[in-house]
Design a protein around this ligand. Sequence first.
Ligand code: GLY
Length: 342
Amino acid sequence: MINRRNFIKTLSALGISLPVMGGNVARSNPAAKKNNPVIICSRDENWGRKVLKPGWDILSSKGSLLDAVEKSANITELDPEDTSVGYGGLPNERGVVQLDASIMYGPTHNCGSVAALEGIKTPCSVARLVMERTDHIHIVGKGAQEFAVAHGFKVENLLTEKSRRIWLRWKENLSDEDDWFPPKDGNYDTDRTTGTINVLAVDGNGDMAGITTTSGLAWKIPGRIGDSPIIGAGLYLDNEVGAVGATGRGEELLRSCGSFYGVEQMRAGKSPQEACEAVCQRIIDINGGKDKIDFSDKMVAMNNDGEVGCAAIRGSKGREPELAYWSKKGFKVLKGTYLIES
Ligand code: GLY
């Protein structure tokens, strides 16, 4: 019987190499416009420039597509100022930071992800190793941390002073009936954030890759996994069509398979912009209409010709959902659309 490991060994003994470790059969992309590399992220001008610069430097010098998306996503993961991704992310209800991330690579249609990962600052790099160095797709919790350590990652405290203080304020405000007193300064702001970042890229060959990485819902029940590490929910791509990434309330993206639905909308002929709007509309419909919605999700999309789109369930004039992108025409920000005025 020939299993995948033996198959790879046999190929290598014959001097044949697969396009990427962990990959299956290469999917060529004959229909895409070539020589039009673009990298996008689900952020505004400030974050967009910072995040996309290393990825664009790699992509525009014909470097590795996977390196481009990883190095860009690592910028937010390592930045303690961002309280929604990686190091400095807001913790779960016990004050422990648990990270989710996924990666997908178009030419092999392969993917990897980690979830509820503690103590590792760059979960998307661990997700990439799951894709490239194992026969699995999804590794969670303690197993994901052990896997990261085996690959030389350091276990560190991810709770910064800033996120610890925000968490403590939430905890102290939680109930009048427990023994934690509310803060003396009367600041009761305990917003529950679900920040995340998507990075999607198409290279000069028309091949695509993407990453979604997050610290997930603030104050979540320990072990809760959102959409970000679930292929088809927080991230999906098809080299022959395009890529979609999601941010916002993960549970809604999970039960709508939001990113998969978006890619299939593009396959059916919609533009990236129309595909993002279709996902938002689908989530609204699943929930029984606009008046039932008290959350938001935001979709970003790019087809393999490098056309981009962005839409959110909620927004307002002057506060439209945004994405940033870098192409041969330089750095730009796209203001997207929203379906509910808020
Ligand atoms: N979309 C991020 C989360 O819900 O975890």
